[in-house]
Design a protein around this ligand. Structure first.
Ligand code: CUA
Length: 310
């Protein structure tokens, strides 16, 4: 099964696979059985000549009862087995019994806020062997949060919360996908789920897990994790937004006809309120406003990174 399905990493995922495999086996058995009988009948009841008459069958109560009762039992079995496992993954634990992480989806990135106020982007960090509850919300359009190795998935919707829960038994790194088409960079709305061992988790809580980055490394990291990379190239090629190659010091004309030289102040304003001063030729409403999400230091580090893109 491992070559057909993605690896499973939770007990719930194992159960989902078992339901799936059970249904598959039932279907496969009846598919083969029905077709075998069909082929047999084709030969057994082949018309032998113009005088070959078939007997007229009016009905058979025993047969009808059998072919009604057997499928009914099978379908009820599939329903019972399926709903039992489904209810297990869909019954949310109480907040007090779980480690609750807030997830925000936004074109085209994920961000996470942990109970102690710590935040991360794109990559989610959780403790191994603990019940984790995800409280999810979107800032713009419909997204969907999917962890294939855990077999869980839920829409992430603006204006109300949706939830998921899991208990990851094995430490490791797993995939996070957005699985609801949310615009032209939907396929890049990816992340990694890091299930940390108790030692790693202690380091994470002590804010000690990540290596300290230089301002340049941090700026580059934000460029990727805040999803700037989705719309702004660094090699001069065209994309949804202006390229970052040579951006600092560049003369730009804005949609309102003004010209300016790109400097730190303009970069900061453009990150916080992108729609206010758009470079001519680019449409409004493409970039999310990062006001309140990035500190002055973050923006300074991004600026340091941009300066290197000569
Ligand atoms: Cu977000 Cu697709």
């Amino acid at each position: 099964m491992s070559s057909v399905f993605p690896e499973y990493a939770t007990e719930a995922a194992r159960q989902v696979d078992h339901v799936q495999f059970f249904i598959f086996l039932v279907m496969a058995f009846w598919f083969i059985a029905c077709n075998a009988v069909l082929v047999y009948f084709v030969f057994r009841y082949k018309r032998k000549g113009p005088d070959d008459k078939v007997s007229t069958v009016k009905g058979n109560h025993t047969l009808e009862v059998v072919w009604t009762v057997i499928p009914t039992i099978l379908v009820l079995g599939i329903f019972y087995y399926g709903i039992k496992v489904w209810a297990g993954t869909r019954t949310m634990p109480d907040d007090k019994d779980a480690y609750v992480v807030d997830i925000t989806g936004q074109k085209w990135s994920w961000s996470y806020r942990y109970p102690d106020g710590q935040t991360t982007d794109q990559d989610l960090y959780v403790p191994q062997g603990e019940v984790v509850k995800l409280r999810m919300n979107s800032l713009d359009v419909l997204h969907s949060f999917f962890i294939p190795e855990f077999r869980i998935k839920e829409d992430v919707v603006p204006s109300f919360y949706t939830y998921l829960w899991f208990k990851a038994d094995r430490a490791g790194v797993y995939n996070i996908f957005c699985t609801e088409y949310c615009g032209n960079r939907h396929s890049q709305m990816l992340g990694k789920l890091h299930v940390l061992t108790p030692e790693e988790w202690a380091a994470f809580k002590a804010k000690d897990y990540f290596e300290v980055l230089t301002p340049l490394e941090h700026g580059k990291d934000l460029y990727v994790k805040k999803a700037c990379v989705g719309c702004h190239t660094t090699d001069g090629s065209a994309s949804i937004g202006p390229t970052f190659k040579g951006i600092i010091g560049r003369q730009e004309t804005l949609t309102d006809g003004r010209t300016l030289t790109v400097d730190f102040d303009y970069i900061e304003r453009s990150i916080n309120k992108p729609d206010d001063e758009i470079v001519a030729g680019y449409p409004k409403g493409q970039m999310p406003a990062f006001e309140g999400q990035l500190t002055k230091q973050d923006i300074q580090d991004i600026y340091t990174f941009l300066e290197t893109l000569k």
